[in-house]
Write a protein that binds this ligand. Sequence first.
Ligand SMILES: Cc1cc2nc3c(=O)[nH]c(=O)nc-3n(C[C@H](O)[C@H](O)[C@H](O)COP(=O)(O)OP(=O)(O)OC[C@H]3O[C@@H](n4cnc5c(N)ncnc54)[C@H](O)[C@@H]3O)c2cc1C
Length: 200
Amino acid sequence: MRHEQGLLEERFQTNVPNIYAAGDVVSGIALSSTAMKEARLAMINAFDLPSRGDITRVPIGVWTIPELSMVGETEERLRKEKRHHFVGRCRYNQNPRGTLIGEPWGLLKLIFSAPENQLVGVHVIGENACELIACGLVGMNMGATTSTFVDSCFNYPSLSDMDKYAAYDAMGNFERGNYYRGDNWIAGNDPELFAEETPG
Ligand SMILES: Cc1cc2nc3c(=O)[nH]c(=O)nc-3n(C[C@H](O)[C@H](O)[C@H](O)COP(=O)(O)OP(=O)(O)OC[C@H]3O[C@@H](n4cnc5c(N)ncnc54)[C@H](O)[C@@H]3O)c2cc1C
């Protein structure tokens, strides 16, 4: 039995047609969460059941101090592929719950495609990052835009509320023209915002 990547990636089927594989033996992200999802997809394919999603949008969680989690695109990859996007950030110390738990730093970042305004990436660093990612993950799967978060009412005081404030920030950045358009960051009337990323 060989792991023929093209074959496996599509259907989790090995070169022995009635043998399917999932988990760490399949190249890709080696996590329990992905292993379970892959196993489900392999079973669905083995029994020719209607397709149920794919393995492209999976979160990564790192249970370090500080905790880290991300799903979807990174700004680095979008810039490399020259895909237009805008970003919103909320820091833990801008959030009442973050202040209550004494989190002096930490960040939740949402990345949206431009001009479509589709959520394409979520990044969290700080307390409960691996839990907080779930809201963005589901949002991404449901086609969330900035309005999805801004129009929602979150618990107060909760860390989840950072999604809403990151979306407000993203909305403001887009409206001020602070977003990446192919070759350059266009810094609108807020030149400091993307100072680190602005070439030159
Ligand atoms: C230290 C560590 C921390 C991790 N932390 C996380 C985490 O926090 N979150 C997360 O999502 N993932 C984590 N992972 C990754 C996660 O454990 C694996 O990706 C996941 O267990 C893969 O599942 P699997 O079923 O493919 O393989 P496994 O869980 O390794 O299961 C394979 C099974 O096959 C058995 N086996 C092997 N050879 C044979 C054989 N010849 N005959 C019969 N049985 C055999 C093994 O004994 C084992 O029970 C961690 C991994 C490590 C090592």
